[in-house]
Design a protein around this ligand. Structure first.
Ligand code: HOZ
Length: 426
């Protein structure tokens, strides 16, 4: 495939935008080569600036669960835009989306809309601190909760891909309040809780991790975490930016059978437009301004176009919940196909899958946490990534990311993906 125009556009972008991109993972640094510039997309396919057609396994990093340019979402945005694009005043559609989200997700009464997953997690932690009157938080190595200061401590996703899991610019004062535990290791959490008795406001976790590849929590771990938080009066904050409205109507809470105290959303809830949100029971949410003293605000929060996209998307998912089952089946089919080919290639590998999230790791041992994920052989990953790209398949350009399947993908697309892998030398 030719990527001349993408490469030329990347060269131009680098003159004016740091690294040529507005979010680091897009720059292909972990896999080498120039990023692909997209011209348009429809359903399961991306069409780049060189007119290559690529089968898409990132779906804009999760939001486009029903495929690109999904008609009901598209039409809702177009119709809304005709009425004006932003008011900075309340609109009815904010309540409509709030009501629908609250009806779909367990353990939440009220929800506040923001513009991104980063904002959602940052604000939710402030709320947890304001509500409990405690300062410290526990996060897990390799989990990524957006790029606000408190979370850039052993962070996954682009932060680890580019070698800055602890970013310069985060002050020691901020870092000291973020305690670091090991994913899937409840004893590591227990030890931190014991050592910081009565000082911890919240434990924040990706209930199924997607920023160190896809990592599945053991039942013992996730249930143990709930129990421990309840015992110690710590709020359990589920970062469902990736899993919310993807693993089921009720997200990971429903899929894993656990109850959260606060839940963060992003991605699917905005239907492909910039929306984040955080939600909890009334008792906690009433601490938020203007009802309570914990401040949080935003000029574009609850933007009508973003709300229209989110409402159309959640309405679709609410009316057709069979889509979650369909996606899980397609992901299992992809898993089987990749497995059948990878086992002929003579390299060690692991495939992790939960619902419509999946990742391939080139390593001997099971990938259950950040340490085991980081053992993956990046040279093999690069060959895999570029080999698939050459054969028309777009995967996340980093081993520290999950794939997100969309329901526009057909079984024929998945067969084409598996056939592509057969042609790749690892
Ligand atoms: N941090 C996102 C994936 N975990 C990537 C966002 C982007 O580059 O668009």
């Amino acid at each position: 495939m030719l990527y001349q125009r993408s490469s030329a556009l990347f060269a131009e972008a680098q003159k004016y935008i740091p690294g040529g991109v507005n979010s680091p993972v897009r720059a292909f640094k972990a896999v080498g080569g120039d990023p692909i510039f997209v011209k348009r997309a429809k359903g399961a396919y991306l069409y780049d600036e060189d007119d290559n057609r690529l089968i898409d396994y990132i779906a804009s990093w999760g939001p486009l669960i029903l495929g690109h340019a999904h008609e009901p979402v598209l039409n809702a945005v177009i119709e809304k835009a005709k009425l004006g694009t932003s008011f900075g005043m309340p609109t009815e559609i904010e309540t409509q989306l709030a009501q629908l989200a609250v009806s779909m997700v367990p353990n939440i009464d009220k929800i506040r809309f923001v513009n991104s997953g980063t904002e959602a997690c940052m604000s939710a932690v402030r709320l947890a601190r304001g509500y409990t009157g405690k300062d410290k938080i526990i996060k897990f190595a390799g989990c990524y909760h957006g790029h606000s200061d408190s979370f850039l401590i052993q962070a996954g996703s682009g932060a680890v891909t580019f070698g800055s899991p602890n970013s310069p610019g985060v002050t020691e004062g901020t870092a000291k309040d973020t305690l670091l535990a090991t994913y899937n290791d409840i004893e590591s959490v227990r030890a931190l809780v014991e050592a910081n008795k009565g000082e911890i406001a919240t434990v924040i976790i990706e209930p199924v991790a997607g920023n160190m590849g896809c990592i599945i929590p053991s039942d013992e771990f996730i249930k143990g975490l709930r129990e421990l938080c309840t015992q110690e009066g710590i709020l359990l904050l589920l970062d469902e930016v990736m899993t919310g409205f993807r693993l089921g109507k009720g997200g990971a809470q429903e899929a894993l059978g656990i109850d959260a105290d606060i839940v963060c959303f992003g991605k699917v809830i905005g239907g492909g437009l910039p929306v984040g949100a955080f939600a909890a029971k009334t008792e906690i949410m009433s601490h938020l301004a203007p009802e309570g003293p914990v401040y949080q605000a935003g000029t574009l929060s609850g933007n009508p176009l973003a709300m229209a996209a989110g409402l159309a998307m959640l309405t679709e998912l609410n009316n057709k919940p069979e889509v979650f089952e369909s996606l899980a089946k397609k992901t299992a089919y992809l898993h089987e196909g990749l497995d059948s080919v990878l086992k002929t290639k003579g390299v060690p590998y692991q495939i992790n899958r939960f619902g419509s999230m999946i990742s391939v790791h080139f390593t001997e041992d099971p990938v259950v946490d950040f340490e085991s994920s980081a053992k993956g052989n990046n040279d093999t990953f690069k060959k895999y990534f570029h080999g698939m790209l050459e054969n028309g398949v777009y995967l996340p350009p980093s081993a520290f990311e999950s794939y997100f399947l969309n329901d526009a993908l057909s079984y024929a697309d998945i067969d084409e993906t598996v056939a592509a892998l057969k042609k790749v030398n690892l």
